[in-house]
Design a protein around this ligand. Structure first.
Ligand code: ADP
Length: 344
């Protein structure tokens, strides 16, 4: 394992009587990692401690080799780390290029490099002529992309992304996840993606740290944490069920009939498109398709129930929108950084 990019040793944070983090200990290798937990778990608090924006109540953290409590190390830390906050951090009355350039200068870049890089990262996130417009003309999706651009301007080796898909419509969310995926997987950046949405983490990260009520509940590579037997996909068939069963059987799928027109199909990677295609090839139509809890979701729910969390299936983890993401599978649409999720 390469040297850890983030190290926590008994890290604690209290706000008065609220214990937001209760002694986190962790060594995170480089690569894309999801920090997954329900709202109030302590994710933003951890990020702010890592950036030196908050002082710990106990324990220590190191990020990219720096101690964030040491003022003298903070500029060096900012040069190596990009931060996309959850709340708006953008400067009113400036346009997109000016904001990204100004934030690049704050990391120590000279004016010429900052403006050149600002244009490069704005191209990357797909903000085209909108970069010359004032912030008051930006939609939520455009602001999210601008926040990602400012986190990238100085080409950091580590990105801290706090709920980057917040407030995005499905198209904007898909585009943002494609960018995060590209940064972590294709460009080899280390990133810590804070999210309460399991599919966001599952699609973009190799590792996951699950936290709840200020404690780490589970941690490891997604591959290690998930079982290999796959996911059950439940379908309702409008047409000849027997023909569809025969077709699935011939393709080697394990099946279970659960009603007059309903079936469960075991798939290693849930792939709704494949099922629609197979149904079509034997003249039937799928009128409903539901992917049962993914195995990472099982791990997450088990991890949370160990901490008596109140989160239940049917919450944001299994919303229809999340199922839709799951339907295209992990090997879904090709990634095209630079393609905007919406027209500016
Ligand atoms: P998350 O990012 O996972 O939603 P947070 O780190 O924002 O969680 O919050 C963790 C806990 O700390 C919550 O109980 C929250 O109410 C509390 N908290 C966060 N910020 C403050 C603050 N400035 N003052 C008091 N309590 C806070």
């Amino acid at each position: 394992m390469s040297a850890a990019i983030i190290v926590l040793e008994g890290l604690e944070k209290r706000y008065g009587s609220i214990r937001a983090l209760e002694g986190l200990t962790l060594e995170l290798p480089p690569g894309p990692t999801g920090l997954l937990g329900p709202n109030g778990a302590g994710k933003s608090t951890l990020i702010k401690l890592l950036l030196g924006q908050l002082e710990p109540s106990g324990g220590r953290a190191r990020i990219a080799g720096f101690d964030p409590t040491q003022r003298g190390q903070r500029l060096a830390l900012r040069r190596r780390v990009g931060y996309m906050p959850e709340s708006d951090c953008l400067i009113p009355r400036m346009n997109g290029v000016e904001i990204v350039t100004a934030l690049g200068r704050l990391t120590g870049m000279n004016a010429r490099d900052a403006i050149t890089r600002a244009h490069e990262v704005l191209d990357y996130v797909g903000l085209e002529e909108a970069r010359y417009r004032g912030l008051d003309e930006y939609s939520t999706g455009m602001k999210q992309r601008l926040k990602l651009a400012q986190a990238l301007v100085h080409d950091p080796e580590l990105l801290l992304l706090d709920e980057p898909t917040n407030g995005l419509d499905p198209k904007g969310r898909k585009h943002m996840l494609e960018l995060v995926h590209d940064l972590g997987r294709a460009q080899g950046k280390s990133l810590l993606l804070c999210s309460h949405l399991l599919p966001d983490v599952e699609r973009t990260c190799e590792r996951v740290v699950m936290i709840d009520k200020g404690r780490i509940r589970s941690e490891g590579s997604i591959e290690e944490l998930t079982r290999s037997e796959g996911n059950w996909v439940e379908v309702e068939v409008d047409g000849d069920l027997a023909a569809f069963q025969r077709r699935l059987g011939a393709e080697g799928f394990e099946l279970e009939a659960i009603g007059p027109q309903r079936l469960r199909v075991l798939m290693l990677e849930p792939d709704g498109d494949r099922l629609f295609e197979l149904a079509g090839s034997c003249g039937t139509i799928l009128s409903e398709l539901t992917i049962e809890r993914s195995s990472l979701e099982d791990v997450f729910l088990e991890a949370l129930s160990a901490g008596n969390a109140r989160l239940q299936p049917g919450s944001s983890l299994s919303s229809p929108e999340d199922t839709e993401i799951g339907r295209s599978g992990r090997n879904g649409a090709g990634l095209e950084p630079g393609a905007p999720g919406e027209k500016p």
